[in-house]
Ligand binder design. Structure first.
Ligand SMILES: [Zn+2]
Length: 457
């Protein structure tokens, strides 16, 4: 993940989006000879904070190392990273599931600098293969990155997705990164291997890169599992390779042969002294840790259920839910309204009292009015009252003639319904809703349709 520090990892260039290409650079991040790096204190503290949240041991002695490789996105010819002595070692994340907590081990979390951003222009697919030329933006060069490495404990694509959603929410709540996959501030490489059921060997793994949403990650992993099973079952052998996953086509294409760690010729960065975080700092950071998402899911599960609790917490919506319930809304109704809101991001800062009114009125106001109210609820000065005034038509006397007409106009469907196709109820209700421009109360309409069809049977 890219840390949202004000400045880069080893220089004072600002970190951020939107500036013109190659305007946020200096001799340090451009790798000029003789330019010396200075460690960003906030980046170190935030890495330790994340390590504590992941239940890691915090190193008393951490070292930055040079990872040597040549590529045009890396002007120094090496990246400053961490190798054998990272800040955070050996943690775990508990992922709540229906069968108890799944423990996902964390090998390490280390701090490093990002490479420049390259844009491949032209070519058939826009990738480097077949591209006409490449452009490099050094604004990203030297921005702080934290890499978290898990143990091989994740057993399915679904589990990977759950773990990542939980990890992302943790990062966001710690306030150390925006962790937005679409913007590239959270990037995921998935290592995948398969084995016969019951075996505990770890076979050769492959790595999948370039996945920019949780659903793509799950699909990419599924596709790679399929591919590897195919290779083994046809008598072949999986090779250690890196793949790009194309979410549009579902295709996996080889990226480049994965280098062995030795190829990078890591050695301690001679321009930086080791970092020895004092115990007081670590204890202060530990005391700043908020209640973590996994714990909140468990707490909410007791009041709701695991699925709703997970969606609320990983969507950052559980506080809103709690406020809404505290203000008088029914628990499950409030959860359903919040989870199914047309725009989860828009509802996150909704005023609880107004949301309570809407939760209570959900069955009484037209669906269109309800959806519109939810999409505007976070706007300054929002009031639910005008929407509540659009009470849905629940008056049977007013609705009955419309229901009768709809049934009359659809004799085929009426006959089918009476012959047992009860799913057609939704069709009749839908027709009445259309006829009343969405103003009818669907619950009342549904009762009327049922009554009418059984009465004249
Ligand atoms: Zn710089």
């Amino acid at each position: 993940m890219q840390l949202k520090t004000r400045t880069k990892m080893f220089c004072r260039c600002p970190v951020g989006f939107g500036a013109g290409e190659n305007t946020q650079t200096c001799p340090v991040c451009l790798g000029f000879p003789g330019a010396l790096p200075v460690v960003n204190r906030a980046a170190v503290e935030w890495t330790i904070l994340l390590g504590l949240a992941l239940d890691c041991e915090i190193a008393e002695h951490a070292v930055f190392s040079r990872k040597n490789y040549f590529y045009f996105d890396n002007p120094k010819g090496y990246q400053i990273s961490q190798y054998d002595l990272p800040f955070c070692i050996g943690g775990k994340v508990l992922v709540p599931t229906a069968d108890g907590d799944r423990v996902i081990g964390i090998v390490r979390a280390h701090l490093e600098e990002d490479a420049a951003k390259t844009v491949h222009v032209g070519g058939r697919t826009g990738r480097i293969r077949g591209a006409d030329y490449s452009l490099v933006d050094f604004n990203r060069c030297g921005t702080p990155l934290v890499e978290v490495v898990t143990e091989p404990d994740i057993r399915s694509a679904e589990e990977a997705k759950r773990f990542l959603q939980l990890l992302r929410q943790t990062i966001v709540e710690l306030g150390i990164s925006d962790a937005e996959m679409e913007k590239g501030t959270l990037r995921v490489d998935a290592n995948v291997s398969v084995r016969p059921q019951g075996s505990d060997e770890l076979r050769t793994r492959t790595e999948i890169k370039n996945m920019n949403s949780f659903n793509f990650i799950a699909r990419g992993i599924e596709a790679e599992i399929e591919r590897q099973i195919g290779v083994w079952e046809s008598g072949g052998e999986v090779q250690q390779e890196t793949y790009d996953f194309d979410a549009a086509t579902g295709a996996l294409t080889p990226h480049r042969a994965k280098e062995e760690a030795d190829d990078y010729r890591y050695f301690p960065e001679p321009d930086l002294v080791p970092v020895e975080p004092p115990p007081e700092l670590v204890e202060r950071l530990r005391s700043e840790l908020p209640e973590l998402p996994a714990a909140r899911i468990r707490r909410l599960e007791a009041e709701l259920d695991l699925e709703r609790a997970t969606v609320l917490v990983t969507g950052g919506l559980d506080r809103l839910w709690q406020e809404t319930v505290a203000a008088g809304a029914e628990k499950v109704s409030a959860a359903n309204v919040i989870i199914n809101a047309p725009a989860a991001a828009a509802i996150a800062s909704a005023p609880a009292p107004e949301l309570v009114k809407l939760v209570d009125a959900r069955d009484r106001i037209p669906r269109t009015a309800f959806d519109e109210a939810l999409s505007k609820i976070s706007e300054p000065g929002f009031s639910a009252d005008p929407y509540l005034a659009q009470e849905a038509v629940s008056d049977s006397a007013e609705l009955e003639p419309i229901v009768a007409r709809i049934l009359q106009e659809n004799p085929g469907q009426v006959a089918a319904y009476r012959n047992g196709k009860e799913g057609l109820l939704g069709f009749f209700v839908g027709q009445v809703m259309k006829e009343t421009q969405g103003k009818a109360n669907p619950r009342v309409v549904s009762e009327l349709v049922k009554a009418k069809l059984s009465r004249s049977a």
